[in-house]
Design a protein around this ligand. Structure first.
Ligand code: ACO
Length: 430
Protein backbone atom coordinates (compact mmCIF):
# COMPACT_ATOMS: atom_id res chain seq x y z
CA UNK A 1 0.00 0.00 0.00
CA UNK A 2 1.08 3.60 -0.53
CA UNK A 3 0.25 6.88 1.15
CA UNK A 4 0.29 10.12 -0.79
CA UNK A 5 -2.68 12.05 0.60
CA UNK A 6 -4.31 12.88 3.91
CA UNK A 7 -7.93 13.49 4.95
CA UNK A 8 -8.94 16.10 7.47
CA UNK A 9 -11.60 15.48 10.07
CA UNK A 10 -13.08 18.30 12.09
CA UNK A 11 -14.77 17.26 15.35
CA UNK A 12 -17.90 19.01 16.71
CA UNK A 13 -15.52 20.76 19.14
CA UNK A 14 -13.91 22.42 16.14
CA UNK A 15 -10.56 20.62 16.27
CA UNK A 16 -9.07 19.32 13.03
CA UNK A 17 -7.10 16.12 12.66
CA UNK A 18 -5.21 14.71 9.67
CA UNK A 19 -5.47 11.03 8.75
CA UNK A 20 -3.41 9.18 6.14
CA UNK A 21 -5.22 8.12 2.95
CA UNK A 22 -3.91 4.77 1.74
CA UNK A 23 -4.05 3.43 -1.82
CA UNK A 24 -4.08 -0.20 -2.83
CA UNK A 25 -3.50 -1.56 -6.34
CA UNK A 26 -7.23 -1.47 -7.23
CA UNK A 27 -10.39 -0.13 -5.61
CA UNK A 28 -11.21 2.95 -3.57
CA UNK A 29 -8.64 4.59 -1.33
CA UNK A 30 -9.12 4.11 2.40
CA UNK A 31 -8.84 6.61 5.21
CA UNK A 32 -6.59 5.11 7.89
CA UNK A 33 -8.44 5.83 11.11
CA UNK A 34 -6.46 3.47 13.35
CA UNK A 35 -5.39 6.45 15.49
CA UNK A 36 -8.85 8.09 15.45
CA UNK A 37 -9.87 7.15 18.99
CA UNK A 38 -6.46 7.90 20.50
CA UNK A 39 -6.34 11.31 18.82
CA UNK A 40 -9.96 12.48 18.86
CA UNK A 41 -11.79 10.42 21.50
CA UNK A 42 -14.39 9.41 18.88
CA UNK A 43 -15.28 6.05 17.36
CA UNK A 44 -16.77 5.53 13.90
CA UNK A 45 -20.25 4.04 13.52
CA UNK A 46 -20.69 1.53 10.70
CA UNK A 47 -23.10 -1.33 11.47
CA UNK A 48 -22.82 -4.01 8.78
CA UNK A 49 -19.34 -2.61 7.98
CA UNK A 50 -20.50 -1.24 4.63
CA UNK A 51 -17.76 1.41 4.61
CA UNK A 52 -15.10 -0.29 6.69
CA UNK A 53 -11.96 -1.99 5.39
CA UNK A 54 -11.09 -4.53 8.10
CA UNK A 55 -7.76 -5.70 6.70
CA UNK A 56 -5.19 -5.40 3.92
CA UNK A 57 -5.50 -8.33 1.51
CA UNK A 58 -3.85 -9.51 -1.70
CA UNK A 59 -6.17 -12.43 -2.41
CA UNK A 60 -9.47 -11.34 -4.00
CA UNK A 61 -10.73 -8.16 -5.63
CA UNK A 62 -14.34 -7.36 -6.52
CA UNK A 63 -15.59 -4.40 -8.55
CA UNK A 64 -19.31 -4.64 -7.93
CA UNK A 65 -20.26 -1.87 -10.39
CA UNK A 66 -18.41 -3.47 -13.27
CA UNK A 67 -19.18 -7.09 -12.29
CA UNK A 68 -15.51 -8.02 -11.89
CA UNK A 69 -14.12 -10.74 -9.61
CA UNK A 70 -10.36 -11.39 -9.55
CA UNK A 71 -8.43 -13.96 -7.55
CA UNK A 72 -4.76 -12.93 -7.21
CA UNK A 73 -5.44 -10.79 -10.31
CA UNK A 74 -6.97 -13.49 -12.50
CA UNK A 75 -10.62 -13.01 -13.66
CA UNK A 76 -12.98 -15.68 -12.32
CA UNK A 77 -14.25 -16.41 -15.87
CA UNK A 78 -10.69 -17.35 -16.96
CA UNK A 79 -10.10 -19.51 -13.91
CA UNK A 80 -13.44 -21.30 -14.36
CA UNK A 81 -12.80 -21.96 -18.06
CA UNK A 82 -9.04 -22.62 -18.15
CA UNK A 83 -8.01 -23.81 -14.71
CA UNK A 84 -9.14 -26.40 -12.16
CA UNK A 85 -9.91 -26.31 -8.47
CA UNK A 86 -6.54 -27.70 -7.34
CA UNK A 87 -4.71 -25.03 -9.33
CA UNK A 88 -7.02 -22.30 -8.01
CA UNK A 89 -6.49 -23.58 -4.45
CA UNK A 90 -2.71 -23.37 -4.90
CA UNK A 91 -3.11 -19.88 -6.35
CA UNK A 92 -5.22 -18.73 -3.39
CA UNK A 93 -2.85 -20.14 -0.80
CA UNK A 94 0.50 -19.34 -2.42
CA UNK A 95 -0.22 -16.24 -4.51
CA UNK A 96 0.92 -17.55 -7.91
CA UNK A 97 -0.24 -20.21 -10.35
CA UNK A 98 1.81 -23.39 -9.84
CA UNK A 99 4.17 -24.80 -12.47
CA UNK A 100 3.62 -28.44 -13.47
CA UNK A 101 5.74 -29.99 -10.71
CA UNK A 102 4.37 -27.65 -8.01
CA UNK A 103 0.85 -28.55 -9.09
CA UNK A 104 1.56 -32.28 -9.06
CA UNK A 105 3.13 -32.06 -5.60
CA UNK A 106 0.27 -29.93 -4.21
CA UNK A 107 -2.41 -32.20 -5.68
CA UNK A 108 -0.64 -35.23 -4.21
CA UNK A 109 -0.45 -33.60 -0.77
CA UNK A 110 -4.16 -32.78 -0.83
CA UNK A 111 -5.04 -36.28 -2.10
CA UNK A 112 -3.02 -37.96 0.66
CA UNK A 113 -4.79 -35.95 3.36
CA UNK A 114 -8.36 -36.81 2.32
CA UNK A 115 -8.89 -39.63 4.81
CA UNK A 116 -10.16 -38.69 8.26
CA UNK A 117 -9.12 -40.30 11.53
CA UNK A 118 -11.24 -43.46 11.90
CA UNK A 119 -12.34 -42.34 15.37
CA UNK A 120 -13.93 -39.26 13.78
CA UNK A 121 -16.55 -41.45 12.13
CA UNK A 122 -17.93 -42.19 15.64
CA UNK A 123 -18.92 -38.53 15.92
CA UNK A 124 -21.56 -38.94 13.24
CA UNK A 125 -23.40 -41.56 15.29
CA UNK A 126 -24.02 -38.95 17.96
CA UNK A 127 -26.23 -37.00 15.55
CA UNK A 128 -29.86 -37.77 14.72
CA UNK A 129 -30.20 -39.13 11.20
CA UNK A 130 -32.38 -36.16 10.28
CA UNK A 131 -29.83 -33.59 11.52
CA UNK A 132 -29.16 -30.78 9.04
CA UNK A 133 -25.79 -31.56 7.41
CA UNK A 134 -24.59 -28.03 8.23
CA UNK A 135 -25.14 -28.80 11.94
CA UNK A 136 -22.98 -31.90 11.48
CA UNK A 137 -20.33 -29.89 9.58
CA UNK A 138 -20.07 -27.29 12.39
CA UNK A 139 -19.51 -30.03 14.96
CA UNK A 140 -17.24 -32.39 13.05
CA UNK A 141 -14.99 -29.73 11.50
CA UNK A 142 -14.53 -28.09 14.92
CA UNK A 143 -13.65 -31.55 16.30
CA UNK A 144 -10.72 -31.86 13.85
CA UNK A 145 -8.69 -29.80 16.34
CA UNK A 146 -8.99 -32.71 18.76
CA UNK A 147 -7.40 -35.09 16.25
CA UNK A 148 -4.60 -33.17 14.59
CA UNK A 149 -2.63 -31.64 17.45
CA UNK A 150 0.49 -31.61 15.29
CA UNK A 151 -0.97 -28.83 13.12
CA UNK A 152 -2.50 -26.43 15.64
CA UNK A 153 0.59 -24.37 16.53
CA UNK A 154 -0.27 -21.28 14.52
CA UNK A 155 3.17 -19.73 15.04
CA UNK A 156 4.76 -22.53 12.97
CA UNK A 157 4.43 -21.88 9.20
CA UNK A 158 4.78 -25.58 8.33
CA UNK A 159 2.01 -26.53 10.78
CA UNK A 160 -0.21 -23.82 9.29
CA UNK A 161 0.43 -25.27 5.84
CA UNK A 162 -0.41 -28.81 6.96
CA UNK A 163 -3.60 -27.63 8.69
CA UNK A 164 -4.61 -25.77 5.50
CA UNK A 165 -4.00 -28.84 3.34
CA UNK A 166 -5.86 -31.03 5.82
CA UNK A 167 -8.90 -28.76 5.77
CA UNK A 168 -9.07 -28.52 1.97
CA UNK A 169 -8.59 -32.29 1.70
CA UNK A 170 -10.93 -33.46 4.45
CA UNK A 171 -13.90 -31.13 3.87
CA UNK A 172 -15.29 -33.19 0.93
CA UNK A 173 -14.84 -36.39 2.94
CA UNK A 174 -16.70 -34.98 5.95
CA UNK A 175 -19.41 -33.44 3.72
CA UNK A 176 -20.01 -36.76 1.95
CA UNK A 177 -20.06 -38.59 5.30
CA UNK A 178 -22.71 -36.14 6.58
CA UNK A 179 -24.84 -36.96 3.52
CA UNK A 180 -24.30 -40.73 3.73
CA UNK A 181 -25.23 -40.67 7.40
CA UNK A 182 -28.48 -38.81 6.64
CA UNK A 183 -29.58 -41.41 4.06
CA UNK A 184 -28.43 -44.40 6.10
CA UNK A 185 -25.80 -45.58 3.62
CA UNK A 186 -22.26 -46.69 4.53
CA UNK A 187 -19.49 -44.10 4.44
CA UNK A 188 -17.40 -44.29 1.26
CA UNK A 189 -13.65 -43.86 1.75
CA UNK A 190 -11.76 -41.41 -0.46
CA UNK A 191 -9.93 -42.83 -3.48
CA UNK A 192 -6.44 -41.57 -4.22
CA UNK A 193 -6.70 -42.44 -7.92
CA UNK A 194 -9.45 -39.85 -8.45
CA UNK A 195 -9.18 -36.09 -8.94
CA UNK A 196 -10.68 -33.85 -6.21
CA UNK A 197 -14.17 -33.29 -7.70
CA UNK A 198 -14.49 -36.88 -9.00
CA UNK A 199 -13.48 -38.21 -5.60
CA UNK A 200 -16.16 -36.10 -3.95
CA UNK A 201 -18.88 -37.32 -6.33
CA UNK A 202 -17.75 -40.90 -5.72
CA UNK A 203 -17.89 -40.49 -1.93
CA UNK A 204 -21.34 -38.90 -2.26
CA UNK A 205 -23.05 -41.18 -4.72
CA UNK A 206 -21.34 -44.57 -4.89
CA UNK A 207 -22.55 -47.56 -2.86
CA UNK A 208 -20.60 -50.79 -2.18
CA UNK A 209 -23.06 -53.00 -4.06
CA UNK A 210 -22.51 -51.65 -7.57
CA UNK A 211 -19.99 -49.79 -9.69
CA UNK A 212 -20.45 -46.03 -9.85
CA UNK A 213 -19.39 -44.44 -13.12
CA UNK A 214 -18.39 -40.80 -12.76
CA UNK A 215 -19.91 -38.70 -15.52
CA UNK A 216 -17.06 -36.42 -16.73
CA UNK A 217 -19.49 -33.56 -17.48
CA UNK A 218 -20.72 -33.67 -13.88
CA UNK A 219 -17.18 -33.91 -12.49
CA UNK A 220 -16.22 -30.89 -14.59
CA UNK A 221 -19.33 -28.99 -13.40
CA UNK A 222 -18.52 -29.87 -9.77
CA UNK A 223 -14.98 -28.59 -10.21
CA UNK A 224 -16.31 -25.33 -11.73
CA UNK A 225 -18.82 -24.91 -8.90
CA UNK A 226 -15.93 -25.28 -6.43
CA UNK A 227 -13.90 -22.65 -8.33
CA UNK A 228 -16.84 -20.21 -8.51
CA UNK A 229 -17.36 -20.39 -4.73
CA UNK A 230 -13.70 -20.49 -3.67
CA UNK A 231 -13.47 -16.97 -2.24
CA UNK A 232 -15.32 -13.67 -2.20
CA UNK A 233 -13.16 -11.29 -0.16
CA UNK A 234 -14.35 -10.03 3.24
CA UNK A 235 -17.91 -11.43 3.31
CA UNK A 236 -19.66 -12.49 6.54
CA UNK A 237 -18.18 -15.99 6.85
CA UNK A 238 -14.65 -14.93 5.84
CA UNK A 239 -14.75 -12.02 8.28
CA UNK A 240 -15.97 -14.50 10.91
CA UNK A 241 -12.97 -16.76 10.21
CA UNK A 242 -10.61 -13.80 10.48
CA UNK A 243 -12.23 -12.50 13.67
CA UNK A 244 -12.19 -15.94 15.30
CA UNK A 245 -8.55 -16.40 14.24
CA UNK A 246 -7.51 -12.95 15.42
CA UNK A 247 -7.50 -14.22 19.00
CA UNK A 248 -5.02 -16.96 18.07
CA UNK A 249 -7.65 -19.74 17.86
CA UNK A 250 -6.60 -22.84 15.92
CA UNK A 251 -7.53 -23.06 12.21
CA UNK A 252 -10.00 -25.94 12.61
CA UNK A 253 -12.00 -23.94 15.17
CA UNK A 254 -11.88 -20.87 12.90
CA UNK A 255 -13.21 -22.77 9.87
CA UNK A 256 -16.00 -24.24 12.04
CA UNK A 257 -16.93 -20.63 12.90
CA UNK A 258 -16.97 -19.75 9.18
CA UNK A 259 -19.30 -22.68 8.49
CA UNK A 260 -21.69 -21.43 11.19
CA UNK A 261 -21.81 -17.98 9.58
CA UNK A 262 -22.27 -19.40 6.08
CA UNK A 263 -25.27 -21.41 7.24
CA UNK A 264 -27.51 -18.29 7.39
CA UNK A 265 -30.12 -17.81 4.61
CA UNK A 266 -28.80 -14.34 3.74
CA UNK A 267 -25.39 -15.85 2.94
CA UNK A 268 -25.05 -19.50 1.90
CA UNK A 269 -28.68 -20.51 1.99
CA UNK A 270 -30.03 -18.47 -0.95
CA UNK A 271 -29.74 -21.14 -3.69
CA UNK A 272 -32.11 -23.35 -1.73
CA UNK A 273 -34.54 -20.41 -1.55
CA UNK A 274 -34.30 -19.83 -5.33
CA UNK A 275 -35.29 -23.40 -6.06
CA UNK A 276 -38.19 -23.21 -3.62
CA UNK A 277 -39.40 -19.97 -5.20
CA UNK A 278 -39.16 -21.31 -8.77
CA UNK A 279 -41.24 -24.28 -7.70
CA UNK A 280 -43.80 -21.95 -6.16
CA UNK A 281 -44.00 -19.83 -9.33
CA UNK A 282 -44.61 -23.08 -11.18
CA UNK A 283 -45.40 -21.67 -14.65
CA UNK A 284 -44.23 -18.86 -16.95
CA UNK A 285 -47.74 -17.41 -16.92
CA UNK A 286 -47.30 -16.59 -13.22
CA UNK A 287 -44.12 -14.52 -13.75
CA UNK A 288 -45.79 -11.10 -14.25
CA UNK A 289 -47.68 -11.53 -10.99
CA UNK A 290 -44.51 -12.52 -9.11
CA UNK A 291 -42.59 -9.54 -10.56
CA UNK A 292 -45.43 -7.26 -9.44
CA UNK A 293 -45.22 -8.73 -5.94
CA UNK A 294 -41.41 -8.27 -5.82
CA UNK A 295 -41.88 -4.59 -6.71
CA UNK A 296 -44.50 -4.04 -4.04
CA UNK A 297 -42.65 -2.93 -0.90
CA UNK A 298 -45.60 -3.73 1.36
CA UNK A 299 -45.51 -7.41 0.32
CA UNK A 300 -42.08 -7.93 1.93
CA UNK A 301 -41.45 -10.33 -0.95
CA UNK A 302 -38.10 -10.55 -2.77
CA UNK A 303 -37.14 -12.28 -5.94
CA UNK A 304 -34.60 -14.84 -4.75
CA UNK A 305 -31.34 -15.03 -6.70
CA UNK A 306 -31.54 -11.34 -7.66
CA UNK A 307 -29.51 -8.53 -6.16
CA UNK A 308 -26.24 -8.54 -4.25
CA UNK A 309 -24.69 -6.37 -1.57
CA UNK A 310 -21.59 -5.77 -3.69
CA UNK A 311 -22.53 -6.51 -7.33
CA UNK A 312 -24.59 -3.77 -8.93
CA UNK A 313 -24.10 -5.45 -12.29
CA UNK A 314 -24.07 -9.09 -13.47
CA UNK A 315 -22.46 -11.37 -10.92
CA UNK A 316 -19.68 -12.77 -13.18
CA UNK A 317 -20.09 -16.15 -11.48
CA UNK A 318 -23.76 -16.28 -12.52
CA UNK A 319 -22.80 -16.16 -16.21
CA UNK A 320 -20.51 -19.21 -15.88
CA UNK A 321 -23.10 -20.94 -13.74
CA UNK A 322 -25.79 -20.45 -16.40
CA UNK A 323 -23.58 -22.03 -19.11
CA UNK A 324 -22.65 -24.92 -16.80
CA UNK A 325 -26.31 -25.44 -15.98
CA UNK A 326 -27.15 -25.96 -19.67
CA UNK A 327 -24.20 -28.36 -20.09
CA UNK A 328 -25.23 -30.47 -17.09
CA UNK A 329 -28.90 -30.72 -18.08
CA UNK A 330 -27.91 -31.64 -21.62
CA UNK A 331 -25.42 -34.30 -20.45
CA UNK A 332 -28.04 -35.82 -18.19
CA UNK A 333 -30.72 -35.48 -20.85
CA UNK A 334 -32.92 -33.65 -18.39
CA UNK A 335 -35.51 -31.18 -19.56
CA UNK A 336 -36.12 -29.25 -16.40
CA UNK A 337 -39.04 -26.84 -16.75
CA UNK A 338 -37.48 -24.90 -13.86
CA UNK A 339 -34.58 -23.91 -16.14
CA UNK A 340 -36.96 -22.53 -18.79
CA UNK A 341 -38.82 -20.75 -16.04
CA UNK A 342 -35.59 -19.33 -14.61
CA UNK A 343 -34.48 -18.05 -18.02
CA UNK A 344 -37.83 -16.41 -18.67
CA UNK A 345 -37.83 -14.85 -15.21
CA UNK A 346 -34.33 -13.53 -15.81
CA UNK A 347 -35.33 -12.10 -19.21
CA UNK A 348 -38.41 -10.33 -17.87
CA UNK A 349 -36.71 -9.00 -14.73
CA UNK A 350 -33.76 -7.64 -16.75
CA UNK A 351 -36.18 -5.63 -18.89
CA UNK A 352 -38.17 -4.31 -15.96
CA UNK A 353 -37.61 -0.71 -14.85
CA UNK A 354 -37.64 -1.58 -11.15
CA UNK A 355 -34.89 -4.19 -11.47
CA UNK A 356 -32.91 -2.09 -13.96
CA UNK A 357 -33.03 1.10 -11.87
CA UNK A 358 -32.06 -0.73 -8.65
CA UNK A 359 -29.32 -2.64 -10.50
CA UNK A 360 -30.74 -5.99 -9.44
CA UNK A 361 -29.06 -8.67 -11.56
CA UNK A 362 -29.06 -12.47 -11.18
CA UNK A 363 -26.49 -13.61 -8.61
CA UNK A 364 -24.49 -16.86 -8.43
CA UNK A 365 -27.30 -18.60 -6.58
CA UNK A 366 -29.86 -18.07 -9.32
CA UNK A 367 -28.70 -21.08 -11.36
CA UNK A 368 -26.71 -23.14 -8.87
CA UNK A 369 -29.78 -24.75 -7.25
CA UNK A 370 -30.99 -26.06 -10.62
CA UNK A 371 -27.59 -27.61 -11.42
CA UNK A 372 -27.11 -29.15 -8.00
CA UNK A 373 -30.60 -30.63 -8.04
CA UNK A 374 -29.95 -32.14 -11.48
CA UNK A 375 -26.68 -33.63 -10.20
CA UNK A 376 -28.60 -35.44 -7.46
CA UNK A 377 -27.79 -33.29 -4.42
CA UNK A 378 -30.62 -32.80 -1.93
CA UNK A 379 -31.29 -29.13 -1.10
CA UNK A 380 -29.99 -29.60 2.46
CA UNK A 381 -26.51 -30.24 0.95
CA UNK A 382 -26.36 -27.02 -1.14
CA UNK A 383 -24.80 -24.89 1.61
CA UNK A 384 -22.47 -27.76 2.54
CA UNK A 385 -21.07 -27.72 -1.02
CA UNK A 386 -20.55 -23.99 -0.67
CA UNK A 387 -18.61 -24.63 2.56
CA UNK A 388 -16.44 -27.27 0.88
CA UNK A 389 -15.50 -24.82 -1.88
CA UNK A 390 -15.09 -21.79 0.39
CA UNK A 391 -12.69 -23.57 2.77
CA UNK A 392 -9.73 -22.68 0.55
CA UNK A 393 -10.74 -19.00 0.60
CA UNK A 394 -11.25 -19.01 4.37
CA UNK A 395 -7.94 -20.71 5.09
CA UNK A 396 -6.00 -18.51 2.65
CA UNK A 397 -7.45 -15.41 4.30
CA UNK A 398 -6.68 -16.85 7.75
CA UNK A 399 -3.05 -17.52 6.75
CA UNK A 400 -2.73 -14.03 5.31
CA UNK A 401 -3.97 -12.55 8.57
CA UNK A 402 -1.62 -14.61 10.76
CA UNK A 403 1.35 -13.64 8.54
CA UNK A 404 0.43 -9.92 8.63
CA UNK A 405 2.64 -8.25 11.27
CA UNK A 406 -0.03 -5.52 11.68
CA UNK A 407 -2.78 -7.94 12.69
CA UNK A 408 -4.41 -7.50 16.08
CA UNK A 409 -7.22 -9.18 17.93
CA UNK A 410 -10.48 -7.95 16.35
CA UNK A 411 -12.37 -5.77 18.78
CA UNK A 412 -15.04 -3.45 17.33
CA UNK A 413 -16.50 -0.70 19.51
CA UNK A 414 -20.12 0.40 19.89
CA UNK A 415 -22.50 3.30 20.25
CA UNK A 416 -24.03 2.62 23.65
CA UNK A 417 -27.69 3.70 24.01
CA UNK A 418 -28.65 1.73 27.16
CA UNK A 419 -29.36 3.12 30.61
CA UNK A 420 -26.77 5.29 32.29
CA UNK A 421 -25.40 4.15 35.64
CA UNK A 422 -28.17 3.68 38.24
CA UNK A 423 -28.62 2.30 41.74
CA UNK A 424 -29.52 -1.35 42.28
CA UNK A 425 -33.08 -1.78 43.60
CA UNK A 426 -33.62 -4.68 46.03
CA UNK A 427 -36.26 -7.18 44.76
CA UNK A 428 -38.61 -6.29 47.66
CA UNK A 429 -38.86 -2.72 46.32
CA UNK A 430 -39.43 -3.56 42.62
N1 ACO B 1 -36.25 -8.50 -5.10
C1 ACO B 1 -36.91 -7.31 -5.04
N2 ACO B 1 -36.36 -6.17 -4.59
C2 ACO B 1 -35.09 -6.22 -4.16
C3 ACO B 1 -34.34 -7.41 -4.20
C4 ACO B 1 -34.96 -8.57 -4.69
N3 ACO B 1 -34.28 -9.74 -4.75
N4 ACO B 1 -33.09 -7.18 -3.72
C5 ACO B 1 -33.06 -5.88 -3.39
N5 ACO B 1 -34.27 -5.29 -3.67
C6 ACO B 1 -34.60 -3.85 -3.50
C7 ACO B 1 -34.80 -3.51 -2.03
O1 ACO B 1 -36.17 -3.61 -1.69
C8 ACO B 1 -34.28 -2.11 -1.98
O2 ACO B 1 -35.27 -1.24 -2.48
P1 ACO B 1 -35.37 0.29 -1.90
O3 ACO B 1 -34.07 0.94 -2.27
O4 ACO B 1 -36.55 0.84 -2.62
O5 ACO B 1 -35.58 0.15 -0.43
C9 ACO B 1 -33.13 -2.07 -2.97
O6 ACO B 1 -33.43 -3.13 -3.92
C10 ACO B 1 -31.77 -2.34 -2.32
O7 ACO B 1 -31.86 -3.53 -1.54
P2 ACO B 1 -31.04 -3.76 -0.20
O8 ACO B 1 -31.69 -4.86 0.58
O9 ACO B 1 -30.82 -2.47 0.50
O10 ACO B 1 -29.68 -4.25 -0.79
P3 ACO B 1 -28.60 -5.09 -0.05
O11 ACO B 1 -27.36 -4.84 -0.77
O12 ACO B 1 -28.60 -4.84 1.41
O13 ACO B 1 -29.15 -6.59 -0.24
C11 ACO B 1 -29.40 -8.82 -0.91
C12 ACO B 1 -28.56 -7.55 -1.03
C13 ACO B 1 -29.60 -9.21 0.57
C14 ACO B 1 -28.64 -9.97 -1.60
C15 ACO B 1 -30.77 -8.59 -1.59
O14 ACO B 1 -30.60 -8.20 -2.92
C16 ACO B 1 -31.69 -9.82 -1.52
O15 ACO B 1 -32.38 -10.01 -0.52
N6 ACO B 1 -31.69 -10.67 -2.60
C17 ACO B 1 -32.46 -11.90 -2.58
C18 ACO B 1 -31.71 -12.99 -1.80
C19 ACO B 1 -30.50 -13.53 -2.53
O16 ACO B 1 -30.57 -13.86 -3.71
N7 ACO B 1 -29.38 -13.67 -1.80
C20 ACO B 1 -28.15 -14.23 -2.37
C21 ACO B 1 -27.03 -13.25 -2.33
S1 ACO B 1 -25.62 -13.93 -3.17
C22 ACO B 1 -24.76 -14.79 -2.01
O17 ACO B 1 -24.89 -14.61 -0.82
C23 ACO B 1 -23.82 -15.84 -2.48
Amino acid sequence: MTQSKTATLTTPEGQSYEFPVLSGTLGPDVIDIRKLYDSTDHFTFDPGYTSTGSCESKITYIDGDKGVLLHRGYPIEDLAEKSDFMEVSYLMLHGELPNASQKAEFTKSITYHTMVHEQLSMFFRGFRRDAHPMAIMCGVVGALAAFYHDSTDITDARQREIASYRLIAKMPTIAAMAYKYSVGQPFVYPRNDLPYADNFLNMMFSVPCEEYKINPVLADAMDKIFILHADHEQNASTSTVRLAGSSGANPFACIAAGIASLWGPAHGGANEAVLKQLNEIGHKDNIPEIIKKAKDKSSGFRLMGFGHRVYKNFDPRAQVMRRTCHEVLEALNIEDPLLDLAMELERIALEDDYFVSKKLYPNVDFYSGIILKAMGFPTSMFTVLFAVARTVGWISQWNEMIEDPAHKIGRPRQLYTGPVQRDYTPISSR
